[in-house]
Design a protein around this ligand. Sequence first.
Ligand SMILES: NC(=O)NCCC(=O)O
Ligand SMILES: [Zn+2]
Ligand SMILES: [Zn+2]
Length: 485
Amino acid sequence: MSTTVIKNGTIVTADLTYKADVMIEGGVITAIGPNLVGDKSLDATGCYVMPGGIDPHTHLEMPFMGTYSSDDFESGTRAALSGGTTMVIDFALPAPGQSLLEAISMWDNKSTRANCDYSFHMAITWWGEQVFNEMETVVKDRGITTFKHFMAYKGALMVDDDEMYSSFSRVGELGGIAMVHAENGDVVAQLQQKLLAEGNNGPEAHAFSRPAEVEGEATNRAIMIADMAGTPLYIVHTSCEQSHEAIRRARQKGMRVWGEPLIQHLTLDESEYAHPDWDHAARRVMSPPFRDKMHQDSLWAGLSAGSLQVVATDHCAFTTEQKRYGVGDFTKIPNGTGGLEDRMPMLWTYGVATGRLTMNEFVAVTSTNIAKILNTYPKKGAVLVGADADLVIWDPEKSKTISAGNQQSAIDYNVFEGKTVKGLPRYTLTRGMVAIDDGEIKTQEGHGQFVKRPPVTPINKALSTWKELTSPRKVERSGIPASGV
Ligand SMILES: NC(=O)NCCC(=O)O
Ligand SMILES: [Zn+2]
Ligand SMILES: [Zn+2]
């Protein structure tokens, strides 16, 4: 088997920065050290050699709001690799009433085209004995250990507290992790109707219908339900201080909860919805909506303080034509934005270059933390001997201005249009294969493999041990008096 050596670079991991070469053979890292010699070499002079990004939140070719998201596993993972991301985790989404296993086989079919490795989360969109039973197969046979619950999208995907508690309890029993889209869907539905009745039907009303309070309330509720059910909880797209505050407070009390801000919420704000061009505003409609500077500062602070752990995209891209389904009624605008290609360069530019994050924190929040949470570390998220050679050779001097005209995503606009980023991949490697070569796309459709993830992480073990130790105990009494009646 031939060997490749990445030469003259500086390795940056979540905890170390040092100069060394990296040897790759058969898709894995086989040596790290000075002066390595291989059959081929990649020059990393002036670059950082980092674990490829892992985006734990994508929706590729997902049926949603009467249409399908426009990036599929081919274009989506091509966009990912182009921006230095080497693994995505997508959501297998059963229609209410549909078998979980049937939904997974639909996702299996779509994902055969992936250019990089991937895994799935399972969405719980309804509850019943069948779901309860199938969850075991999902975890044990399919290696899918994370279960997402939508607290919003009333009448479609939303589950109620009763269903969440039942499902969370089952997730805990199986050694999995519960996830939530935390917004109070009942309140959102009422606000939407009120706004429409008042004639507020433009895309800006989407943001009015989803204030930070609906997110904060739902986040806190999900955390308390998960703690009572004894399962670790991952909050997707944490967008505001109210939600961050609930996560921070719970973590300080020893509860097992993680928060995931998106690159969009960190760098784009609510003024986008006030844009005079309907299309501009509608293209940025997503849930939760973009917030103001106070919320953005809270998210950035959470990443550096460690109260928020992961930066994702929630990549769910719709074309302008699809967004126009909602002309005259903002509730019909398909919710979602793109970001797969831009997450890493945007976070580097607005995070590392501004001093909000160290390079090591950048690696932690784009790759290593989520690899650990999802129990796929150190196969993924690491520069270590034995790890998959999912690597990005990051050139801090390379820059570009983001434009839909030269992006990989299939849609006709980019929410970051016009932003200049400095810090881009010189090479992106997926299991040792060079997929991005100094801007040239060399991806290989179908190269991506499904990554199974074992249940019962160290966090699951610790939580279940603690819950068992502190569970209610019957008081054994010797002399119980006769009943008084
Ligand atoms: N976030 C969003 O608006 N669309 C994708 C589906 C979801 O994650 O809620
Ligand atoms: Zn969501
Ligand atoms: Zn999502």
